[in-house]
Write a protein that binds this ligand. Sequence first.
Ligand code: ADP
Ligand code: MG
Length: 176
Amino acid sequence: MAQKQELLKASLQQHCRQEADTAALAKFLAATLWHYLVQSPQKHLNISLKGDLGAGKTTFARYLIQAMGYEGKVKSPTYTLCEPYQIELKQQEITIHHFDLYRMRDPLEWQEAGFEEHFDIPGICLIEWPEKAEGTLPAFDLQIQLTAGADENERFININALSQSGASILKEGASK
Ligand code: ADP
Ligand code: MG
């Protein structure tokens, strides 16, 4: 029973009827990530964003990055593969690297582009289309899956923990 509860708490499902619901979920996750990183300032977290083209991966990432305190424009990293965002936490600055690997022609292009070092520093890597790297990326802590619903603005969003850190982030959020 206790174990079952643990599993249940390590995932989150949300039915978003409109974009504002997606924004609210991204803000909720941003608040728990913020809290976690303030407590563990040296941590690095890897978060994957999965779903078809137009599912809302970039939209979710944009709300998340802005809810973590970034005030500038968050553009899609479709052509650059990666965009960095400096975020002020309480005592320090961290970087969120937002990737979109859709246009990679080779699974190791992200390494050839010198992006490996982004995975070793305090902060977050948010990665759209991790499938394109065919398992060459470091392990993920959280996976966010977005699926379109019948209505144009309807989405189903599942967030799953893939590591102990990911599970404690979701549990922290659930206890609030
Ligand atoms: P992806 O990065 O998955 O290809 P985008 O985030 O670029 O998708 O595009 C999603 C589009 O769907 C945006 O134009 C966004 O405004 C729209 N949209 C409509 N409803 C929602 C919703 N509930 N959640 C996220 N995006 C939505
Ligand atoms: Mg995108």
